[in-house]
Design a binder for this molecule. Structure first.
Ligand code: NZQ
Ligand code: ZN
Length: 386
């Protein structure tokens, strides 16, 4: 096992009716900036519950944080903070609203000039951030219990990630009943994103870490079992609760402690979203199966473990077991309604050069757990995904 630090200070309040507890976790005299997206929270009653729970606190609203939150929109919120008296941020929504809030929290107190520098330095230049909490409405990203965020600068078509220990939410409220109104597309996206998060931390090479491996395998099996049930019975509380907790546990630092991590699929996926507006999880469903096929040799031991423990593939030669496990993974994504080929999103071979060029611009030239995913390998992965 590798050396590691494990630190996660986010207070999770999980279960039905927990939004009312906002009253306990936000200081009574807080001046709150309530941040949300395109309005889903107004339709499903979450907004009203949040306002009721905030009681007499001063509340300013900032709406319109879009999926794949943009630097351009988020800087408008930074202006609101600078003009008014705000000392606590409350993100209500999915990963985009929470990620956007993390950027705003850091940018509002940033002293190094244009806050875009936060993205350029991947967050290493953040020295402080406003305190914030979240009410999660879409289980997928794990942003509710981690210190990372992804921000898009539309003007230059760049989607970049940062993280900082100053950007953990103080708390996150996870009420599974608030996910009942998710459209089918977002249910599928959420399960696929969480699945690929686990894979990025698990599907590398063995370092004798049975605890992390079995945690990861438990999450993968749960997603495979519960994901399709959520599509079939959208208002089954237990299914939604298990999916929600699974997505949080998939990216809160627990399963990555002491093991190598990959993340090449995510980095290529970010370029696909920045250039073509494809949903985050859709990009992962396109890239991951080909990524595993192209890098089969360096991941062989873990692929065989995955084939056996997740898909119960014990017989036959190694290459057949590995290929079957990868196609079952791809089938699972398709079963969740998430298409797995570039052509499903109207992209073809002519789109590959610009994606590779964007990877180069963003210095994504040595990706993966062994830093051996060159631009040439990324190109092979994309070609195999056509
Ligand atoms: O904007 P509103 O109106 O709220 O609608 C949203 C949005 O259109 C809707 N939605 C959310 N909860 C709902 C709902 N609709 C009905 N009922 C509900 N309960 O869903 C749509 C998508 O929301 P979004 O927040 O964009 O989705 P997601 O949670 O998948 O977040 C994706 C973003 O997170 C980043 C992605 O790159 C992407 O920008 N990621 C963040 C990570 C992190 N912080 O650790 C890791 C991930 O790998 C990922 O990169
Ligand atoms: Zn992701």
């Amino acid at each position: 096992m590798l050396n590691f630090d494990f630190y996660n200070p986010t207070h999770i309040l999980f279960g039905k009716g927990r939004i009312a507890d906002l009253n306990k976790v936000i200081p009574e005299n807080a001046k709150v900036l309530l941040l949300y997206g395109g309005g889903s929270i107004k339709q499903n009653g979450v907004f009203d519950e949040v306002i009721a729970a905030l009681g007499t606190r001063s509340v300013t609203e900032f709406t319109g944080i879009e999926p794949n939150p943009s630097y351009e929109t988020l800087m408008q919120a930074v202006e609101v903070i600078k003009n008014g008296q705000i000392d606590f941020l409350l993100a209500v929504g999915g990963g985009s609203v929470i990620d956007g809030t993390k950027f705003i929290a850091a940018a509002a107190l940033f002293e190094g000039g244009d806050p875009w520098a936060i993205l350029e330095k991947r967050g290493s230049n953040i020295t402080k951030a406003l305190p914030f909490g979240s009410v999660l409405t879409l289980p997928a990203t794990g942003s509710e219990m981690n210190a990372g965020a992804v921000v898009t600068r539309k003007s230059i078509k760049a989607k970049m990630a940062f993280s900082s220990p100053h950007c953990y939410p103080k708390f996150s409220i996870l009420d599974p009943t608030k996910t009942y109104t998710l459209p089918v597309r977002q249910i599928g996206n959420g399960a696929v994103d969480a699945f690929v998060h686990v894979m990025e931390q698990y599907m590398t090479y063995p370092v004798n870490s049975p605890v992390q491996d079995r945690f990861a395998e438990g999450l993968l099996k749960t997603l495979i079992e519960e994901g399709p049930k959520a599509l079939k019975n959208p208002e089954d509380y237990d299914v939604r609760a298990n999916l929600m907790w699974c997505a949080t546990m998939a990216l809160n630092g627990l399963i990555s402690a002491g093991v190598p991590q990959d993340w090449a699929t995510h980095m290529i996926g970010h370029e696909l979203t920045a250039l073509h507006g494809i949903d985050h999880a859709q990009t992962l469903a396109i890239v991951l199966p080909s990524m595993l096929r192209v890098r089969k040799e360096s991941k062989r031991a873990k692929l065989l473990q995955y084939a056996e423990r997740i898909w119960d593939l014990r017989d036959g030669d190694e290459d057949t077991r590995i290929e079957t496990a990868i196609s079952r993974t791809q089938d699972f994504f398709e079963q969740m309604g998430v298409k797995t080929r570039l052509s499903d999103y109207a992209l073809n071979a002519s789109n590959i050069d610009p994606i590779v060029a964007a990877l180069e611009t963003h210095r994504m030239v040595a990706l993966g757990e062994k830093r051996d995913v060159t631009l040439n390998i990324s190109r092979q992965v994309l070609e195999l995904s056509l």
